[in-house]
Design a protein around this ligand. Structure first.
Ligand code: NAI
Ligand code: MG
Length: 394
C-alpha cells in the first residue's frame, strides 16, 4: 500500500482538540502516513482576510487527502469587525472555508453514516405497544449532494432588475411582482443532471458494496417538480444499473416522520444538498448526535473527512478538554475506507463499539450532562481518556 500524505486541518475551537486524538488512533492502528498541517478558519480570516488560504488549497490539490476538524464562522457584522484593521474596507467578505473547499475541489459526494453502537445511552428508543421499550438498531448512510441545490449560493436580497425581469417571465412570480426590492429575497435551487446522477450512483455503489437492501431517495418531487423531479429521475436511471437493489422514493417531510417510527427500515438514503443536510442531522440524532456524527466529502480527485460538529467555542478553552472525540475518530476511519484500508477502519469501529458497550468510559455528552469544567465530578471522562480507552481496545 502506497504511503499517504494527509493534510491535517484542525481549524478552530474543538477542531484543535479532536483532530490530534484521531491521529493517535490512526498511528495505533498502523496506518502508514505522513501528516502535514494546513491553516484554515477564523484566525486566517482575521489575519489574512481569507479563511481558506491559497497555500492550504495547494496542499490539498497536491496530496488529495484531508482530515478536517471544525471551523468557527460568525455573522457578517462580527466578521467584518474582527478583521485586522489593515484589511478593513478592502471589500473582503467572509466565506465558509468548508463550503469553499467543497466547491473548489468539486467534493460533490457527502457521505454521512449514522450507525448505532449497542449500549450507547444516547441511542433512540421507542415504546412498545404492550409496555416497555425497544431499541432498534439504526444503520443508515446518507448520501448528500454537496455542491449544488439550495447551498449553491446563488441568492439575492433586493435582486437586480435583470434578475427580477427573468423571474417575472415565470407566471408563478405574479404575486411577488410588486414587492419592493429590499423586501424580496430569493435563493435559487440549482441542480444538474450530472450532479444528481453522480450522487445517486455513489449511493447505489455503496449499497451494493456493503449489502444494503434498498436505496431511498428523499425529495419532494410532487411540489419541487423540476429540481426534486430531476433528482428522482436520475435515481431511477441509476437503479436500472443495480437491478438487485430497489429504489424507494419518500417525500422529505414524510421521511422526517417515519424516521422516529421505524429508523431500522432505512439503509442508504440519497438527497440533494439541503434535504441531505437535514436528514443526516435527523438520523445522527438517533445514534448519539454530534459526538458520533462523522462524514466524508468526496470528489473525483480530492477527499476530505470531518466530524459534522462545529468548533463548539464554549468548550474550546476547557482544560482538560471534555468533548467526545468519537465523531472525529470515525471520520478518520472513513478516510481509511477511502484509501483501501478498510480492515484498519473496521478495527477502529470495533474498538469504539467495545468501549461504548462496556460503558465504563463516557464523555459528558453520553451522560447527558451540561458541559462545563465540573463534568468530571459526575463521572465524565476527558477527551483523551476516551481515546485511551479506544486505544486499549485496538
Ligand atoms: P457545534 O457543533 O460547534 O456545537 C453545538 C453543541 O454540540 C456544543 O455546544 C456541544 O454541546 C455539542 N457538541 C459539538 N461537538 C461535540 C463533541 N465532539 N462532543 C460533545 N459535544 C459536542 O455547533 P454551534 O454551536 O452551532 O456552532 C459553533 C461554531 O461552529 C459556529 O461558529 C459555527 O458556524 C461552527 N460550525 C462549524 C461547522 C464545521 O466546521 N463543519 C459545522 C457546524 C458549525
Ligand atoms: Mg448540518
Amino acid at each position: 500500500m502506497a504511503r499517504h500524505t494527509v493534510v491535517t486541518m484542525p481549524g478552530d475551537g474543538i477542531g484543535k482538540v479532536v483532530l490530534p486524538e484521531s491521529l493517535r488512533v490512526l498511528n495505533a492502528v498502523g496506518f502508514e502516513a505522513d501528516y502535514v498541517h494546513a491553516d484554515i478558519g477564523w484566525d486566517c480570516w482575521i489575519e489574512e482576510g481569507n479563511a481558506l488560504p491559497d497555500r492550504t488549497v495547494e496542499m490539498l490539490a497536491r496530496h488529495r487527502l484531508g482530515l478536517f476538524g471544525a471551523i468557527t464562522s460568525k455573522p457578517k457584522a462580527k466578521a467584518d469587525a474582527e478583521l485586522k484593521p489593515e484589511l478593513r474596507g478592502k471589500g473582503l467578505s467572509y466565506f465558509s472555508p468548508i463550503v469553499g473547499m467543497r466547491q473548489k475541489f468539486g467534493l460533490d459526494v457527502c457521505v454521512r453514516p449514522c450507525r448505532s453502537f449497542a449500549g450507547n445511552p444516547l441511542n433512540f428508543i421507542r415504546k412498545k405497544p404492550g409496555g416497555g421499550f425497544e431499541e432498534p438498531s439504526v444503520d443508515a448512510v446518507i448520501f448528500r449532494q454537496n455542491t449544488e441545490g439550495m447551498y449553491a449560493g446563488v441568492e439575492w436580497t433586493n435582486p437586480s432588475a435583470g434578475v427580477r425581469d427573468a423571474l417575472a417571465s415565470h407566471p408563478k412570480f405574479k404575486p411577488f411582482r410588486d414587492v419592493p426590492g429590499p423586501d424580496l429575497a430569493v435563493s435559487a435551487r440549482i441542480v444538474t443532471r450530472s450532479g444528481c446522477f453522480r450522487i445517486a450512483k455513489a449511493a447505489f455503489e455503496h449499497a451494493r458494496k456493503h449489502g444494503y437492501r434498498s436505496v431511498t431517495v428523499c425529495e419532494k418531487p410532487n411540489v419541487l417538480r423540476e429540481t426534486s423531479g430531476m433528482m428522482e429521475e436520475e435515481a431511477k436511471k441509476v437503479q436500472k444499473l443495480f437491478p438487485e437493489i430497489p429504489l424507494w422514493s419518500v417525500n422529505i417531510d414524510a421521511q422526517m416522520m417515519w424516521l422516529t417510527k421505524n429508523p431500522e427500515e432505512y439503509g442508504v438514503v440519497v438527497a440533494t444538498n439541503l434535504f441531505g443536510d437535514i436528514i443526516s442531522d435527523a438520523f445522527a440524532g438517533l445514534v448519539g448526535g454530534l459526538g458520533f456524527a462523522c462524514s466524508a466529502n468526496v470528489g473525483a480527485e480530492v477527499a476530505v473527512f470531518e466530524p459534522t460538529h462545529g468548533s463548539a467555542p464554549k468548550y474550546e478553552k476547557l482544560d482538560p478538554p471534555i468533548v467526545n472525540p468519537i465523531a472525529m475518530i470515525l471520520s478518520a476511519a472513513m478516510m481509511l475506507d477511502h484509501v483501501g484500508e478498510g480492515e484498519k477502519a473496521e478495527r477502529i469501529r470495533k474498538a469504539i463499539a467495545a468501549v461504548v458497550s462496556e460503558g465504563k468510559v463516557r464523555t459528558y455528552d453520553m451522560l447527558r450532562l451540561p458541559g462545563g469544567p465540573d463534568v468530571f465530578k459526575h463521572g465524565a471522562a476527558t477527551t483523551a481518556r476516551m481515546t485511551d480507552a479506544i486505544l486499549e481496545r485496538l
